[in-house]
Design a protein around this ligand. Structure first.
Ligand code: SF4
Length: 729
């Protein structure tokens, strides 16, 4: 049934951080999905996951009513009983154990409105920052690196730069499979311009490498050595932009001093495993090309050195002034559809809303005053891996998990199982009845899915797009912001009288503008940030519904001139397209900082007992833990079983046969998958996808094998480097 008189709905794909516009047409009860030709992220293109969205709308696996108790005692209950039970239990935990005994683990799948409401509730009313998100597993290293280098979590460039650049460097990204429409944009640009040079830096030879001019098979974890080597090469051979460095940066000398012993190209070649001629070809190309885009993703972020890796990339762009200019920028690709929106509302345990700082007393006061809230979190909360450790140790007594499946997706996933088994009170909001995580729910809340929920998401290039509903809510499923508001009101909190997602969005926009100082007045106590939606504070439900995709900052036009377009600007360059165009960074003094990064090996080295390195990632046609994409026969036919890819000589050495079952074992756990023997792997390294769960195949969760080491700065886990051994099963 239609909920709109208009059979056509423009909305946004719910999968990756490209954030493609989708046009949904409903005729005779059928849903037809195609790309939205007017959306600037994709101009009508969709990848296979987006094209098959219509297959994922069935209700066979859906949770349609609140439920209580773990199996076998599970029982349907009313929303009244569910929300009152949650409020009572939370109050009891606060009274008995204190505010930090409650935690939330949420998701980059949430819409911005859901994300805003839950962060307001937890940080401003429960008064704890124990709310983290699965985006911690995805791009928190990029966030930390942006803040260190620029003073604010900002992706400086835009997708349109791919059409303007002369060189694309893809680092730690199988873009062809994981951000397919961006990859198509790059390939299209390459097909029309002879001078576009594409480099892929990845230990594996992936589909992305097929169109590359140069593939650098870097050893896992050695990206800092590679980019420190590039920085020194550029510096020693006269390629530094002295004028830019003098005018817009600080800290170069200190950074070069830290890495001086380890940057001779021959040393870099040995350390990274990249042949010297290829390494020098890359260095020279970067040096001599004016417009370079370096796109990085999970291969950089998911590392115990993830933040340093991202900073080492940014350092090279700062040194050469290749930043904030058309066709020239470092560019972090976010994994999830709304990882960026989550960052805007302070979705990580170490952030406050609207790009404000959790550990800055002025910022705390600003947010508390804006919310009129009784208290405010005043210290960072626990990051994902530590959060579930605290659940297991009993420090956290109650947890609410929304739109994510941590029993599958977190590293050392058996630890997560143990934690939830022991936890006194577990609430799970999900669209599915049975996932590996819902099994532990004491209260299970039915959420809205794609096509039913209504709100906004922000993609990798800071573009806010509407995700519009075109189907009715099934059963008693409700928006996550609605459920949060119900529990907040049951606890006696005001400030949650939201009736429509537009109410939440405009409050979010107003907070971004509150106390946002003029760029010329920024100092250590001010609340200046480029994240500013002051041009969207007056939306009403109608204008919100009609909101066209827009990149932030979104400001009143008079402010725009001062804020992001000082100086001469290219005519076709929109104000938000290149935030740092004028070299005015968000740090006090407006200077970007070079960050000293030392090349350090991954935490757990291979050994006689565990001689191979496990690298994990996505495949082309599945998303996360397959609760939606697994419903599509078309998508599932691409790769039907969990597998690991292994080099032929390693297969021979360990007695592995093609398509034979393999036990992959680490010090943390084991799983059983099918062997794919492939020349695309480096010797000594295996690859396995993250998607399969114990619900879909017995013993197939690769998460139980992955080591739980994290980046000391960002808290992002080291998914790309776990020592393992393999044997025939
Ligand atoms: Fe969806 Fe990403 Fe594919 Fe675009 S590229 S259709 S956002 S999965």
């Amino acid at each position: 049934p239609l909920i709109s008189a208009d059979p056509v709905t423009l909305t946004t794909c719910p999968y990756c951080g490209v954030g493609c516009g989708v046009k949904v047409t409903q005729t005779a009860g059928q849903v037809h999905v195609e790309g939205d030709t007017g959306h600037p992220a994709n101009y009508g293109k969709l990848c296979i996951k987006g094209s098959n969205l219509g297959d994922t709308l069935g209700l066979s696996t859906r949770l349609l009513q609140p439920q209580k108790n773990r199996k076998p005692g599970r029982q349907a209950i009313s929303w009244d009983e569910a929300t009152q039970t949650i409020a009572d239990k939370f109050q009891q935990c606060i009274d008995q154990y204190g505010r930090d005994s409650i935690a939330f683990y949420v998701s980059g799948q949430l819409l911005t409105e859901d994300y805003y409401a839950v962060n307001k509730f937890v940080k401003g009313y429960l008064g704890t920052a124990n709310i983290d998100t699965n985006s911690r597993l995805c791009m928190s290293s990029a966030v930390a690196a942006h803040k260190r280098s620029f003073g604010e979590d900002i992706v400086p460039g835009s997708y349109s730069d791919f059409e303007k650049t002369e060189m694309v460097v893809l680092v730690g990204s199988n873009t062809a499979w994981c951000h397919p429409v961006l990859y198509q944009r790059i390939i299209q640009a390459k097909s029309t311009r002879d001078n576009l040079f594409v480099v892929v830096i990845d230990p594996r030879f992936t589909s992305t490498c097929e169109f590359a001019d140069l593939h650098l098979p870097v050893l896992p974890g050695q990206d800092v050595a590679l980019f420190n080597g590039l920085l020194q090469y550029l510096s020693r051979n006269g390629y530094a932009d002295a004028q830019y460095i003098e005018a817009h940066t600080s800290g170069l000398e200190e950074s070069l001093a830290v890495m001086q012993d380890e940057t001779d190209p021959a040393w870099v070649s040995e350390k990274t495993g990249i042949a010297l001629p290829k390494l020098l070809q890359f260095f020279e190309a970067f040096a001599r090309t004016e417009k370079v885009m370096t796109l990085f993703s999970q291969g950089v972020n998911q590392s115990s050195q993830g933040t340093n890796k991202a900073n080492s990339i940014i350092n090279c762009h700062l040194l050469t002034g290749k930043i904030g200019k058309p066709g020239a920028s470092p560019f972090s690709m976010t994994g999830q559809p709304n990882a960026m929106g989550g960052r805007e509302v302070g979705g990580l345990a170490n952030m406050l809303a609207a790009h404000l700082e959790l550990d800055n007393p002025q910022h705390q006061q600003l947010v508390q005053n804006f919310w009129h809230s009784p208290l405010i979190a005043d210290k960072p909360g626990l990051k994902a891996v530590d959060l579930f450790r605290a659940v297991e140790s009993g420090k956290i007594k109650a947890i609410w998990i929304m739109a994510t499946n941590p029993v599958v997706s977190l590293p050392d996933a058996e630890q997560v199982k143990r934690a939830l088994e022991k936890c006194e009170f577990v609430v799970v909001s999900d669209i599915c009845t049975d996932t590996d995580t819902t099994a532990y729910a004491d209260i299970l809340l039915p959420a809205l899915g794609w096509g039913e929920k209504d709100g906004t998401v922000t993609n990798s290039e800071r573009r806010i797009s509407r995700q519009r509903a075109f189907l009715p809510a099934p059963g008693e499923a409700k928006a996550d912001w609605w459920a949060i508001s119900r529990v907040a009101r049951a606890l006696g909190f005001s400030g949650f009288d939201f009736n429509h997602p537009a109410d939440i969005f405009t409050e979010h926009a107003a907070l971004s503008a509150a106390g946002n100082s003029h760029p010329d007045q920024r100092d250590s106590a001010s609340a200046f940030r480029y994240f500013n939606l002051s041009g969207l504070t007056a939306l009403n439900p109608q204008t919100y519904d009609n909101l066209a995709p827009v990149q932030w900052p979104v400001l009143a036009s008079d402010e725009l001139q001062n804020m992001s377009r000082p100086g001469t600007v290219h005519e076709s360059d929109s104000s938000a397209e290149h935030i740092y165009r004028a070299g005015n960074f968000s740090h006090v003094q407006t200077r970007a900082k070079f960050i000293a990064t030392a090349a350090i090996d991954p935490v757990n080295a291979i050994s006689g007992a565990y001689p191979l390195v496990l690298n994990t990632g996505r495949i082309r046609d599945q998303w996360h833990t397959m609760t939606r994409t697994g419903l599509s026969a078309n998508l599932s036919s691409h790769i039907i079983e969990p597998f690991c890819e292994i080099h032929p000589l390693d297969a021979l050495k360990y007695g592995i046969t093609e398509k034979g079952l393999v036990s992959v074992e680490s010090a943390w756990g084991r799983c059983v998958v099918r062997a794919n023997i492939s020349q695309n792997m480096r010797r000594g390294h295996i690859f396995a996808p993250i998607h399969w769960t114990d619900q879909t195949a017995s013993d197939a969760r690769i998460g139980q094998v992955v080591n739980p080491e994290v980046d000391a700065i960002s808290g992002e886990p080291e998914f790309k480097h776990t020592p393992v051994f393999v044997l025939p099963f």
